[in-house]
Design a protein around this ligand. Structure first.
Ligand code: NAG
Ligand code: NAG
Ligand code: NAG
Ligand code: NAG
Ligand code: NAG
Ligand code: NAG
Length: 275
């Protein structure tokens, strides 16, 4: 006779073993989304789009810098191997979507090959197949681009973008409202932005603040710029939202870390050169 506890273990391992063949059994979980971001990173590191296409729907649409592209073509950044110097992802189980920032800036390589990429992935919530990729690929010549600097500052912020305690988490609406206030400020100086303190802005290779407790992100933004076509990915666990937007006519990504409703970190990527 098999003891009860062994039966429970068998039942548990049965469930675990069934997962890979029925990936949608638990729906769009953080574990599934995390695995998908790792697949994306592996594909980009190898310069092998097929690794990503293996999790994609036949109906996948793939955009770079706002332009529809064939992910397997020479125009696709996915076909160029890029060593991953730093990466950070957020996971949105509500929309079944992710955002990944990838910095490729090995010290030993020519900086013309350096890239800082922001990529949103969107999945079909029932099949978990990848249905849409939108990437912003910044490079030498783009505004304030200096991937060596970006890498240095991004790495220094590691450990400050961790999970927020359950009781302290903001709602999706609050996190998005903080991002919207900041983005609205570019076209309306009266908007009240929930500035947190300290706060840092990393824009290309440009960084605000000097490490003091009073560092502020309220150091001015350009005016008269309408920021439209906002596509959000929101992670309440990390308190982070990314918005891919049209910054006037240019493709742009703005990512915000929000704590207690207030903005603590801003990361922006902006394409100046469109190839
Ligand atoms: C692809 O799109 C077509 C047309 O919208 C749809 O009929 C089909 O079910 C889609 N296939 C998948 C795998 O989503
Ligand atoms: C992405 O970053 C994590 C640490 O946050 C690291 O464990 C992982 O290896 C990185 N992935 C790649 C492809 O470099
Ligand atoms: C890239 O390297 C060239 C040649 O060393 C240098 O002139 C240029 O300023 C560098 N660009 C950046 C963004 O570091
Ligand atoms: C880019 O950043 C590196 C590291 O801080 C610095 O040495 C280099 O001068 C910067 N390049 C430019 C063009 O500002
Ligand atoms: C500008 O922002 C203020 C404060 O939120 C708001 O009352 C006003 O209606 C906004 N103006 C426009 C033109 O949207
Ligand atoms: C940091 O910057 C603030 C504001 O610009 C300035 O008042 C402060 O003295 C600086 N602190 C350090 C340590 O440089």
């Amino acid at each position: 006779m098999i003891p009860t506890f062994t039966l429970s273990l068998l039942a548990l391992s049965g469930t675990a073993l069934a997962l890979p063949t029925t990936p949608s059994a638990d729906g769009c979980t953080r574990a599934v989304l995390k695995a998908h971001t790792e697949t994306y990173l592996a594909a980009q590191a190898a310069g092998n789009p097929s690794l990503l296409l293996a999790i994609a729907s036949p109906n996948l649409t793939y955009y770079e810098d706002g332009a529809l592209r064939d992910p397997k073509s020479k125009l696709s950044t996915l076909t160029t191997p890029l060593p991953v110097s730093h990466n950070r992802s957020i996971l949105d189980t509500t929309q079944c979507a992710t955002f990944t920032e990838l910095i490729s800036a090995p010290a030993t390589t020519n900086n013309a090959t350096h890239r800082v990429i922001g990529t949103q992935l969107r999945f079909d919530p029932s099949t978990l197949a990848l249905v849409k990729v939108e990437s912003l690929v910044t490079q030498q010549g783009d505004w304030a681009f200096n991937a060596t600097q970006t890498l240095r500052y991004a790495a220094a912020e590691d450990g400050q973008w961790g999970e927020i305690a359950v009781a302290a988490r903001d709602s999706r609406a609050v996190i998005q409202a903080a991002a919207d206030a900041y983005l609205d400020l570019f076209n309306n100086a009266s908007v009240v932005v929930p500035w947190g303190t300290p706060c840092h802005r990393l824009e290309g290779g440009w960084y605000t603040g000097n490490g003091s407790a009073t560092d502020s992100c309220n150091v001015g933004v350009p005016s008269g710029v309408s920021i439209t076509h906002r596509r959000y990915v929101i992670d309440e666990v990390l308190g982070v939202v990314d918005a891919l937007v049209a910054f006037a006519t240019r493709p742009d990504s703005h990512e915000f870390r929000v704590e207690g409703g207030k903005i603590r970190f801003v990361v922006s990527l902006w394409r100046e050169l469109i190839t």
